[in-house]
Design a protein around this ligand. Structure first.
Ligand code: HGY
Ligand code: MN
Ligand code: MN
Length: 411
């Protein structure tokens, strides 16, 4: 029996539904914000399953969690597959979780099929992929890839107050391994598409050739606090000014074919019902179309913001410092290996670019990397109604098991 044939979609589905109960939300989603007790509970549940599958658990200093299936030649670099178990504040059951548990299922299938590989295989759970609690996403994989220092990441402050480093120490995720110190020959990440393409095309698999360029920066608006009963004339209302900025930036996103502009977070001061807002800080997320860098769109946003504020008497400062991620092109040879495995499965597949950021975007800096997508209902994600079909998850896991066997030198 091949590793792909030994994949059990029922076992994978059962794990996904059990993991969804960790931090379950009333609307049927999951809330496991990074470095919280719920995140730890999810990691512990995964660790138990991994041990049952005979895998050896370890972690690096950034808290990234690895579960290793030994190969016959331990001197060979590992083949890695995984994703993340942390979620957005009101997240779904599949974002990230599918990639970790599909990799675990693929390894179990190798076990069940009695397939011996030369190289070890690491199932990986990257720390804080989502950035729903902290102002940066993919911090664990960024440290692994050398794109950020552990010191810088540990100094990040959570939106709810604590420092990343203090929380990392509190939940006890960090191990002794230097991030990125163990060699790896390839990394494959399975994920739901988080977009509408596969579902609308009726195609069950997406071979992901890269990830869009993502930029994040802040816009500070400063007006004047005053009584909510004060005359309307002469006010300097920072939140009304923010509304103009959000709309103007959104219109630029709409006009920039295939790009996206989102203001997902506004902090308002003093945020009191009877006080005209004196200050507002917007966090802007800009994503390029396909693999085009989004930097010209940012330049246009910088131009449109002052114009949008004409007549408001509200001061504005757009951050000079822009956080940059991608665009990322994945490894051509690994993509061909994935395409060949998808072809062997007999399923149709599309080449595509990821609309969302993933740990693979950083891991690709250090290791040949590629991704495989499955459709998600209505393209919806970062929402409790996020959904994927069991047969698509099983199919992609079969392709993954076959790919891991090929990459790790199955005998
Ligand atoms: O923002 C992203 O693209 C990822 O889902 N954290
Ligand atoms: Mn994800
Ligand atoms: Mn996500």
């Amino acid at each position: 029996m091949s590793a792909g044939a030994a994949v059990s979609g029922d076992r994978l589905w059962s794990d996904l539904m059990a993991m969804a109960e960790v931090g379950a939300t009333p609307e049927g989603g999951s809330r496991r914000l990074a470095l919280t007790d719920e995140d730890r509970a999810g990691r512990d549940l995964f660790a138990g399953w991994a041990r049952e599958a005979g895998l050896e658990l370890r972690a690096d200093r950034a808290g990234n969690q690895f579960a290793r299936r030994p190969g016959s030649d331990p001197s060979l670099p590992a083949v890695m597959s995984g994703s993340h178990l942390d979620t957005q504040p009101n997240g779904g059951r599949f974002d990230g979780v599918f990639g970790v548990l599909a990799a675990l299922e693929a390894v179990r299938a190798l076990n069940d099929a009695g397939v011996q590989t030369a190289a070890p295989i690491d199932v990986v759970n990257w720390t804080n992929e989502e950035g729903g609690r902290f102002p940066r996403f993919c911090t664990g994989s960024a440290v692994y890839a050398g794109a950020a220092t552990l010191e810088d990441v540990r100094a990040l402050q959570a939106f709810d107050g604590p420092l990343y480093g203090d929380e990392l120490d509190r939940v006890g995720f960090a191990g002794d391994e230097e991030p990125g110190s163990l060699p790896a020959s390839a990394y494959v990440e399975l994920h739901i598409e988080q977009g509408p393409v596969l579902e609308s095309e009726g195609v069950p698999l997406g071979v992901v050739r890269g990830i869009r360029g993502i930029r994040k920066f802040g816009i500070e608006l400063t007006g004047r606090e005053e009584h909510a009963g004060s005359p309307m004339a002469g006010r300097r209302d920072a939140l009304r000014a923010a509304a103009r900025v959000v709309e103007a930036a959104g219109e630029l996103g709409e006009a920039a074919g295939g790009a996206s502009v989102t203001v997902g977070r506004i902090d308002v001061e003093p945020n009191a019902p009877s006080v005209v807002p004196g200050a507002a800080r917007l966090l802007v997320d800009v994503r390029g179309a396909a693999l085009d860098p989004p930097d010209d769109l940012i330049a246009r946003i910088r131009e449109v913001v002052p114009a949008a504020l004409t007549g408001t008497d509200v001061a504005v400062a757009v951050d000079e410092d822009v956080w940059e991620y991608g665009p990322v092109a994945f490894d051509p040879d690994l993509l061909d290996t994935l395409r060949a495995a998808a072809d062997r499965s007999g399923a149709r597949w599309l080449d595509m670019v990821s609309p969302a950021g993933h740990d693979a975007g950083y891991v690709a800096r250090r290791v040949p990397t590629a991704m495989l997508f499955v459709p998600c209902r209505d393209g919806l994600s970062h929402h409790p109604a996020e959904w994927a079909e069991p047969e698509h998850l099983e199919l992609a896991s079969r392709v993954l098991a076959d790919t891991l066997a090929t990459l790790a030198g199955a005998s």
